[in-house]
Every structure is written in C-alpha cells, then in structure tokens.
Design a protein around this ligand. Structure first.
Ligand code: HEM
Length: 318
C-alpha cells in the first residue's frame, strides 16, 4: 500500500510512475521529439489539471506543516492481533457514546437555564417548544445510560481478556479514573432538570457520598455547596457537569488512546503461544536499556513475544 506521505507530496515532487504501472501506458517513448512532439495542453486543460490537484495540494500543504501523515499512517495501518473480534469494538462504542453526549449536550446547553427557579421550566421548554428538543434531550438522557453500560462491558472485556496486565497497567488505571468520571457525569447530570425526582435522588446521592471514610463528609459538603440542597448546588453541579468533567474526560481519553496505539491491543486469551500474534508496539521494548530504564526497572525485561499478552492468563506475570 502506498504510504500516505508519498500520496500527499505535491505533484512536482512525486515520483514518476514507471511505464506499465499506475496507469502509465507501456509504450516506447518517441525516438524523435521533433517529428512527434508531445501534445501541448490547452489553457483550459491546464486549469482543469490544477483544479484536480487543488484538494491534495491543500492537504499536502497542511501535512508539511503538521507532519500528521506519519501519525495517521501509524494509527490507520497499525497491526492488530489475530483473533480480534467484536468485543474489541466496545472501547470505540464507549467513545462514540461519549461523542453523542458531548454533541447533544452542547445543543441542550443552548436552551437550558441553570437556575433553581428556571431550570425545570427551561427543560419543559426544550421538550415542548424547541424543534427536535425532545429528541435531543431523549438522546442525551438515554445516551448517559448507554455510556455507563458500555464502559462497564468494555472494562469487563479488558478484564476477562487479561488486557490489564503488563505493560498496560497504566491504561487500566486511566480507565478506572474514566469510569469514576463517567459515573460522576451521570450523577451531576441527574440534578439538572431540578424536578422532584432529581432533587430527592441527589440528596440521597450526596448523603451516600457523605458516608465515605475520612473524605466523605468533606465531599458531601463540597457537592451540596451550602447547608441545604438548592440554587448553589445546582450551579456547582452544572459547572462540574459541563466544564470540569468533559475537559478531564477528553484529556484522559486522549491519553488512553495514545497508550492503546503505542502498546497495541492484546490478543484474545485463547490465542496459542507461538510467534508473536500481537500488534507490534511502536515502542521497542527489546531495545538496549538506557540509564533511566536501569534506575526504574523493577524486574528484567522479557522478550516482546512473552510480554505482549500472548498469554493473558499466564500466572508468571500476574
Ligand atoms: C470513556 C471511557 C473509555 C473509552 C472511550 C475507552 C476507549 C478504548 C478504546 C477505543 C480501546 C481500544 C479498543 C478496545 O480494546 O476496545 C480501549 C482499550 C483499553 N481500555 Fe478503554 N476506554 C474507556 C474506559 C476504560 C475503562 C473503564 C477501562 C478499565 C478500567 C479501560 C481499559 C482499557 C485497556 C486496559 C485497554 C487496552 C486493551 C487491550 O490492549 O486489549 N478503558 N479503550
């Protein structure tokens, strides 16, 4: 497959295809250019040719400044292990659910008023008067449950495939933080309609937080933002729900996916041990140790075949 970077080269720098390949006819060049000169292009043909090149020239211009084609090559053409199946789509499904929540949330924020006296009325207005309002609100409300279910199922897949083991422990930890943030997102969002159900459910939720050891009482005070659940609580939940948590989740998903690409995905546990059947990580784990490695390494490094999960349930590494 042609490298993305080669395809993005501007026309004058591109390699000329050999006769017989890439659509170039396999005929001999004329011996005498004087008697049979190559056909001259009309002005219109020249403009048409330039217009055809314009999109690729634009992308190439950007690529020369961003250097993104190297990253895209690595991302789109990376190797995946044999036996990869539908269970591996659960992470992407969670990501998709998050994107749906982000997009529908932006539209809801255009009409929602985070005030104790107007929140309920603004939600009624979204549901009853705004075109497609009820649909978008419904997507956001049901999407929250979908995301929570998907994140748990994805986590289950990672656990049962042993994909949390070395060298992916950090990605598991990032995942756990993502899980907590997603649950907090669902909790803070529940109060926003400010109806009877969300009011009393949030009181229950805040009180449950208050029962936690040591930090519990501080946490519930922080969430309530005052002696009683009221206007200040709503403002706090709204800020957490639509500013703090989305920013943190986006940053962590970025780190999570960076590690997925860097380390490759785990082969399913039933894959036999043999030749490495895994995506080769872009980092060379077999490379000669550098000084920092020697300082930080707790145990000797194994060969890449052994490390990258050909044996997810292998007890020696757990
Ligand atoms: C917003 C939430 C999350 C998103 C968007 C997300 C996304 C993804 C994606 C796209 C992948 C690669 C494809 C796949 O294996 O499904 C992946 C892999 C992974 N995820 Fe998540 N994830 C999330 C939450 C979690 C959670 C809660 C955990 C565990 C506590 C977790 C742990 C992992 C691990 C360890 C891998 C590597 C799996 C492997 O190498 O086979 N993720 N994640």
């Amino acid at each position: 497959m042609a490298k993305l970077r080669d395809a993005l080269l501007p026309a004058p720098l591109r390699k000329v295809a050999k006769p017989g390949s890439a659509g170039v006819p396999k005929e001999q060049a004329p011996a005498d250019l004087k008697s049979s000169p190559p056909k001259r292009q009309t002005e219109l043909e020249q403009i048409a040719e330039k217009a055809k090149e314009a999109p690729i020239d634009t992308v190439a211009w950007l690529d020369q400044r961003l250097g993104a084609s190297g990253f895209l090559n690595g991302m789109l053409f990376r190797k995946v292990p044999k036996g990869t199946n539908w269970f591996y789509t659960l992470g992407s499904a969670t990501l998709f659910a998050f994107i749906v929540q982000a997009v529908t949330g932006v539209f809801l924020a255009m009409f929602y008023t985070p005030s104790a006296t107007q929140a309920y009325a603004s939600i009624s207005h979204i549901n009853n008067d705004v075109p497609l309002g009820q649909f978008v609100h419904g997507m956001h409300k049901w999407g929250a449950s979908v995301m929570v279910i998907l994140i748990f199922v994805h986590m289950g897949r990672v656990f049962f495939f042993g994909a949390y083991k070395y060298p992916r422990e950090l990605n598991w930890v990032i995942g756990v933080v993502l899980l907590i943030l997603t649950m907090t997102m669902a909790f803070t969002g529940y109060l926003l309609p400010f109806d009877q159900r969300s009011y009393w459910a949030s009181i229950v939720g805040i009180n449950i937080n208050g029962t936690g050891p040591i930090v519990g009482p501080y946490l519930s005070d922080f969430l309530r933002a005052g002696p009683e659940l009221g206007a200040t609580t709503l403002a706090r939940f709204y800020a957490i729900h639509m500013l703090l948590l989305p920013a943190a989740i986006i940053a962590l998903i970025g780190a999570h996916l960076y590690l997925v690409v860097k380390l490759g995905t785990t082969a399913p546990p039933w894959t036999k041990v043999g030749k490495p059947r895994v995506a080769e990580p872009t980092v060379n784990l077999d490379a000669k140790p550098r000084r920092v490695d020697i300082v930080f390494r707790a145990r000797p490094r194994e060969s890449i075949d052994a490390i990258i999960t050909t044996r997810p349930f292998c007890s020696s590494r757990s």
